[in-house]
Design a protein around this ligand. Structure first.
Ligand SMILES: Cc1cc2nc3c(=O)[nH]c(=O)nc-3n(C[C@H](O)[C@H](O)[C@H](O)COP(=O)(O)OP(=O)(O)OC[C@H]3O[C@@H](n4cnc5c(N)ncnc54)[C@H](O)[C@@H]3O)c2cc1C
Length: 396
């Protein structure tokens, strides 16, 4: 149904082999010791990825990437998603990949030199700071953070949370109100804030299902108090914050969904290999139980269907743009997040007590990817927006 070039086929096979041989063996240590302890070895693996020509799959060749289309990167993302460290090692991890896109499309030459180039080289990390604890994130136009002009600077004040990967990041892209009198969608701007600027505080890494994490693998509560940055740190024009955020959401959702398909594939593999070898009585492996067989078959069907939906959506965005694909984007966002949750749940159940440990990546994914149904728009918001347009087709 979907043709892919021989070159992409070769690169996907290289990525698959790299994930199997170099990254999956690191998983147990990553889960036990955390991101910071593992960063030096992850940086060595990044060097190997650069030498293989697989660095920055989602970025154009002009900026040193592989130049894959969204559809092609979807396929790559599926390979990398099979381990929690895949995307980081190939430098296509959220939230940096979104910030790279914004800087490529809207950065000034000076912003690109100072922030984008070191990000592309993998020398620094970044974060995206929009959600606030005091307001419903599903309506991001409600926001208290302000950026007030004073001479040739902005003074930023605000309280954010779930600023993923702020711990150890060099800069944040902060969403702040710059034009309070403007219409709802033209009030905010995206402003680059180096995190060593006085007035920035990382309050805490928020425990997610009991795990605070660290470094790239964390989600921070942060405060901006009289943070002063030059006016030249605004991305695009003042008031364009939401328009720019909207641009990054379509591709970002394909990246997430195909990563989730990768997780599902690995969960199914773990489920099957374990069910084949775990005996409930001598000579009677779990794989012989009909309930387990149903779970395996249902998971296979759900994953295959989800993949087709995501790839078709990616192709539509590549060919017609994300506005034309907006319903498809909403459909895959909630559908694939639920397939993911279901498949992970079955895989954990098949593993019994082992499924609850960090001896496999299943429990880590179950803890962290529960959020798939919440970030980038909760399920209910996507369903509401799609249903409205479906009803409109039938209203006379
Ligand atoms: C792990 C994780 C990482 C994140 N990373 C980032 C990040 O890097 N940067 C950042 O800025 N933010 C980030 N977020 C925040 C995320 O974008 C918000 O959590 C999300 O937008 C939802 O906002 P909220 O949590 O305030 O929930 P609310 O908006 O308060 O919604 C609560 C619940 O109400 C229901 N609901 C909401 N609206 C509707 C509706 N219209 N109809 C029916 N039901 C509705 C939904 O069930 C929803 O889950 C992250 C969140 C998580 C969990």
């Amino acid at each position: 149904m979907f043709d892919i070039s021989p070159e992409l086929k070769k690169n996907l096979a290289k990525a698959r082999a790299f994930v199997r041989e170099e990254l999956i063996p690191l998983e147990r240590d990553f889960l036990a010791k955390g991101f910071n302890a593992m960063e030096p070895v992850l940086q060595q693996k990044r060097q190997m990825v650069k030498e293989l020509g697989l660095w920055l799959p989602q970025v154009s060749k002009e900026y040193g990437g592989m130049g894959l289309s969204l559809f092609e990167h979807g396929l790559m993302s599926q390979e990398l998603g099979q381990t929690p460290i895949g995307h980081f090692v190939f430098n296509c991890q959220a939230p940096d990949s979104g910030n790279m896109e914004i800087l490529i499309d809207h950065g000034t030459p000076e912003q690109k030199e100072k922030y984008l180039m070191p990000l592309l080289r993998g020398e620094i990390r970044s974060c995206f700071s929009m959600t606030e604890p005091e307001h419903a994130g599903s309506n991001p136009t409600m926001m208290s953070t302000t950026a007030v002009r004073e001479g040739d600077s902005y003074i930023i004040d605000g309280h954010k949370w779930f600023t993923s990967s702020a711990d150890g990041a060099a800069f944040a892209v902060v969403m702040a109100i710059t034009n309070p009198e403007a219409s709802r969608h033209a009030r905010a701007s995206q402003i680059i804030v180096p995190l060593d600027t006085p007035g920035f505080t990382l309050v805490r890494n928020i425990p997610v299902m009991g795990e605070a994490g660290e470094g790239w693998a964390s989600h921070a509560e942060v405060r901006y108090e009289d943070v002063q940055v030059p006016l030249t740190n605004v991305l695009g024009a003042e008031g364009e914050g939401f328009a720019i955020a909207q641009e990054r959401l379509g591709p970002g959702r394909i990246h997430h969904c195909m990563r989730w398909i990768g997780i599902c594939e690995r969960a199914l593999e773990l489920m099957c290999t374990y069910a084949l070898k775990r005996e409930v009585a001598p000579g009677r492996p779990l794989a012989g139980q009909q309930t387990i067989q149903n779970w395996v078959a249902e998971s296979r069907a759900e994953i295959n269907a989800a993949r087709l939906m995501v790839l078709a959506t990616a192709r539509r965005i590549d060919e017609e743009g994300q506005y034309a694909a907006r319903d498809d984007i909403s459909l895959i966002k909630f559908h694939v997040a639920n397939v993911l949750q279901q498949v992970l749940d079955r895989a954990i159940q098949v593993h019994g007590g082992l499924g609850m440990t960090d001896d496999t990546p299943l429990a880590y994914w179950f803890r962290h990817e529960r959020a798939a149904r919440i970030y980038d728009g909760p399920d209910e918001v996507h369903k509401w927006s799609v249903a409205r347009r479906i009803f409109a087709q039938y209203a006379s």
